[in-house]
Design a protein around this ligand. Structure first.
Ligand code: TNX
Length: 663
């Protein structure tokens, strides 16, 4: 078997045309190949040992990396930073010949990009973290390559749904593999505060890092009562920042204000306005906007920025400014007086606040980035970088006004959007498939490439919740590969058929090898069942709460996935729902689905899911049921029951679907 695996590595992985993603500016294939064997070492210049170690680790070279000296004999891989006056920043040359591999960056960033190109040239079998090969081959090529845009970003929301430091580092590796160089880390929002601060330990200890249950922050999506979340310690943040730096990725932390601030406002309600907005309708203070007048607020922001700047040395800092609901300022006597005095409206007040916060950053020698709404006031400081997300107009507007602009219109760059009509995900920005991303042109009409700083993809996580890592992979890949090509490759490289072929033939196998659960072009990858395995035996649904006349219980057993049952009120602890089969059913799996089918709202959980084989005795299948759950029965199933726990879902109703039963 070992021999067979080695042969497979030697022969199958030999790519006739190495299909790189993103496509390099120029590549010349040459006859021959570099045969890697256990005698090959990695050599580097004195200051780059960490990169040499990184490459050695990825290739399972156990010999220590060595400092390069001329006149070496034998085969080698050499990493260098050389003067390339003809190459732009982050450019590199990669030369694979039969006795050596030389990766030569115009700067350290270029070297990192070149290393990742080389990692795409090795057979995919080499890429898994637990693979080990004594020998493999790489085709001889000569590549000269450099990026189209200096800023190639990805924005990751860890505030709505927390992803731990390891998960973030996994994302960094995926980004580096596609030559992205900026992680915009969305660390604060209404549903969570994820950074540990020395001066304000309550933010994490009192629970702004957790939502649901006894936490002061409640869920919006999913279950009102389930407690979940987390935060990063300073130590973890430093570790992530340093791993990012190794991979040529700068992290831009976001402290989103003045809106999107419910989590911090739940801990420090004194930051809110003195206003007459109704705060109790939800049985919970839903306000989320910092008062723009209170001087103590600016003191607090200064102190928070002190600690953020310390954690992210030299970085640009994002201070939000998006989606500020105007009502709270409109009803605050202090904010109203300020707006009157300055002759501005709430948009202007957002800009005024951002300029004050920007000033704090500039005093610390830092750049400020803001969402495009901050431009709307008309006097945003000219040094601010604008993340233009609402649409292509917002990009054009920011460019026209002369701001350094990051193009990330949601209609092309938001990977929380669904990829086809029937799939899970949001749709307000449209249905975005890989082709739509690939065909996106980020530079506004009439401008050249240097009109924008670059491009950014985004993954917002309010709907991620329980489906976790696989859904993230599914949403990011291969759409991120397509966007990476727009960020890196020349504008003229734009042939969908060629890209699609290159992707499926060469790149998807690499993603598989890296353990990425990408979406297949048919959307099949994640479907839990093979088509044709589904059976629809007769059963009835009942419950402790009546359903509406329009959406009765029978809708959850009518054989159609388009109809659903909807209760007349929210389910509370003790409420139950039951599915009773006419005849006990033999099957391999039964999936219980509740809530909307595209996003987790109106779910039944938190609940206990039970099965009964005899119609009388129940066995627990899942005592932490959220919105869906699958059971793999041991024998014919008679009944299935859901019993609601705790607070219920915090919405006005619950929705139940047909069971998905597999033969
Ligand atoms: C808009 S993008 C938002 C986010 C949401 C996202 C959902 C932006 C600046 N604001 O708060 O998570 O839509 O797609």
């Amino acid at each position: 078997m070992i021999v067979a695996t080695l042969l497979a590595a030697v022969y199958c992985g030999r790519a006739a045309v190495p299909g790189l993603v993103p496509a390099p500016v120029s590549m010349r294939e040459m006859p021959g190949e570099f045969v890697f064997d256990s005698g090959v070492g990695v050599f580097c210049e004195y200051h780059d040992t960490e990169l040499a170690d990184y490459l050695a680790r990825r290739l399972y070279i156990t010999a220590p990396s060595e400092i390069w000296s001329y006149g070496r004999q034998g085969k080698y891989i050499r990493l260098a930073v050389d003067k390339h006056p003809d190459l732009p920043e982050e450019g590199y040359r990669l030369l694979v010949s039969s006795d050596s591999v030389v990766v030569s960056g115009r700067d350290r960033g270029g070297l990192v990009c070149g290393i990742h190109t080389f990692l795409q040239l090795v057979p995919p079998d080499i890429l898994p973290a637990d693979a080990y090969f004594d020998t493999f081959t790489v085709p001889c090529v000569e590549i000269t390559d450099y990026p189209r845009f200096p800023y190639r970003g990805f924005s990751f929301d860890v505030a709505r749904t927390f992803t731990d430091a390891r998960g973030v580092m996994r994302l960094l590796e995926q980004m580096a593999f596609h030559k992205l160089n900026r992680l915009h880390w969305h660390l604060t929002d209404d549903e969570g505060w994820r950074i540990e601060l020395d001066e304000f330990p309550e933010l994490t200890s009192k629970g702004a890092a957790y939502r649901g249950d006894t936490s002061p922050v409640r869920n919006i999506y999913g279950e009102w009562g389930r407690k979940y979340g987390g935060f990063y310690t300073k130590e973890e943040i430093r570790e992530v920042v340093s791993y990012a730096r190794l991979l040529n990725i700068e992290i831009i932390p976001e402290f989103d204000l003045p809106g999107h601030s419910r989590a911090i406002a739940r801990i420090y309600p004194e930051i809110l306005c003195r206003g007459g907005v109704d705060t109790t309708a939800a049985g919970y203070d839903m306000r989320k906007v910092w008062c723009a007048v209170k001087e103590e607020n600016y003191d607090l922001i200064e102190k928070i920025l002190d600690e953020i700047c310390d954690l992210f040395p030299q970085a640009m800092i994002h201070t939000g400014g998006d989606e500020v609901p105007p009502e709270q300022w409109e009803t605050c006597p202090d904010c109203r007086a300020l707006m009157e005095r300055e002759g501005i409206d709430t948009k202007g007040l957002n800009t005024l606040l951002q300029n004050r916060v920007g000033e704090m950053l500039r005093r610390r020698g830092r750049s400020q980035a803001v969402w495009n709404e901050a431009v709307d006031g008309g006097f945003l400081d000219g040094s601010a970088v604008v993340s233009a997300w609402e649409n292509e107009n917002a990009v054009a507007e920011a460019v026209k006004k002369g701001y350094r602009t990051i193009a990330m219109p949601s209609q092309f760059c938001y990977f929380d959007m669904k990829q086809s009509a029937g799939e899970y995900g949001l749709a307000w920005g449209g249905i975005i498939d890989t082709r739509r991303v690939y065909e996106y042109e980020p530079v506004p009409m009439g401008y050249g490439d240097d009109a924008i700083l670059g491009v950014e993809g985004a993954f917002w996580t309010e709907t991620l919740l329980w489906n976790g890592r696989w859904w993230m992979d599914y949403q990011l890949f291969p759409r991120l590969c397509a966007l990476a090509e727009r960020m890196w490759s020349p504008a003229t490289f734009r042939d969908w058929t060629e890209f699609d072929g290159r992707l499926s033939k060469y790149h998807l196998p690499r993603l598989s090898a890296l353990g990425i659960g990408y979406r297949g072009s048919d959307g099949i990858k994640y479907l839990p069942s093979a088509p044709g395995n589904r059976i629809k035996p007769a059963y009835t649904v009942s419950g402790s709460i009546p359903c509406t006349a329009k959406n009765p219980y029978s809708n959850a057993s009518d054989g159609s996935d388009k109809t659903f049952a909807r209760t007349v009120r929210t389910p509370l602890g003790g409420d139950w729902f039951e599915y009773t089969f006419d005849k006990p059913v033999e099957c391999t799996s039964i999936t219980v689905k509740t809530g909307y089918s595209a996003i987790p709202r109106f779910v039944v959980g938190p609940a206990v899911l039970e099965v009964s084989y005899d119609g009388e005795n129940y066995q627990t299948v899942d005592d932490n049921f959220g919105y869906t759950g699958t059971l793999f029965p041991e024998k014919a199933v008679h009944k299935i029951r859901l019993t609601v726990k705790g607070f219920g879902n915090g919405e006005e109703a619950a929705i139940l679907h047909d069971l998905m039963i597999e033969r």
